[in-house]
Ligand binder design. Sequence first.
Ligand SMILES: Cc1ncc(COP(=O)(O)O)c(C=O)c1O
Length: 382
Amino acid sequence: MKEDIIPFYTPSDKVIVKSEDCYLYDSEGNKYIDFESGVWCSNIGHGNGKINSVIEKQINETIHHGYYFRNKLAEQLSLKLQELIGFKGGASVFLSSGSEAVNLAITLARYFTSKRKILKIHNSYLSAFGFGLLSNDNESLVNIKYNDLEAIDQIDFSDISALVIETGGASVDMVKFPDNDFVNKLIACSQKNKCLIIAEEVTTGMGRMGKWFGFQHYDFTPDMVVAGKALGNGYPISSVILNSTLADKFRQNSFRYAQSHQNDPLGCAIALEVIKTIETHNLIERASLTGEYFKTQLENLRSKYPEGVKETRTRGLMLAIELYDSINGAAISEELFENGFVAGFKLNTFRFLPPLTIKHSDIDQLIGKLDEILSRKRNSTN
Ligand SMILES: Cc1ncc(COP(=O)(O)O)c(C=O)c1O
């Protein structure tokens, strides 16, 4: 029964019985185009055949074996991530959720610097617990307003261990990207004050932004990278990846962090295949090109309906279209869902983070439906 689940959010009554590539199918035979990639996880598409084969192979070998043994898959995956980030000689750990990895990265930063506070851009999500959004009043968090260059000068860096930076905020602010000059100054001041730089790539990583990681759109190299979500394409695996300087410190100092599923082989086997698939199918380039196409279509809507569409915000395949308050976005959101489109909606804004395999024809269907609804709204007010 629905009542058997704690209602932390309100799902529809529909039940998904199959998911494949960009599509979801419910028990009544309805098809949905998933512009949310689940919870922004399924970057290479749902039910990917290669991933399914890897899972089948791995569960017949070993899915979990604890800390008494090395795991070659984890070692291979760490090496691959270091290569993609540019962290030669670094080291990684593999965990389950993005929240956990973010909190571990912060714990490590505090340990290394012997400082307590964390600097982040206001409204960065970070995690479901610990240093995440719910602890906005936590006195360990120093929040800086988006793109506020002058506010950087006011930061007291004396007790800040790390800047945790999300280079694309999809959740709280419904898609927002920090300006280059803001990021440059924030990084420069943080580095000058010996703060570690943690690139929080749980949502922006794994090709979503038309690069492997969101920070690669900017001119800085982090000390640590946190990955999650699309790393497992829907299977729960996350990671903290350290550069060689931090990794060497750990090699010299013992620090204990134990979690039941740490470096489990199944997740690592899946993540290796996810990366291979992204490379083999040029999904980074595809995300970039499809993102440009999607952006153009959203911009066309804005030109056609200047009274309804306030703004579009896009990078790679993280996109949003914000409506003016005079338009009832919630009703449009319901109509989109009823017509088989899954998209994020909040703050009168639609959010789209589809699988990187999304086709132009899928985008055209969405745009066609939005066009039809906005045109109907215009005619009804005339
Ligand atoms: C930017 C960002 N960081 C961290 C997380 C937390 O990841 P998880 O839900 O896997 O714990 C999320 C989740 O939406 C996120 O968007």
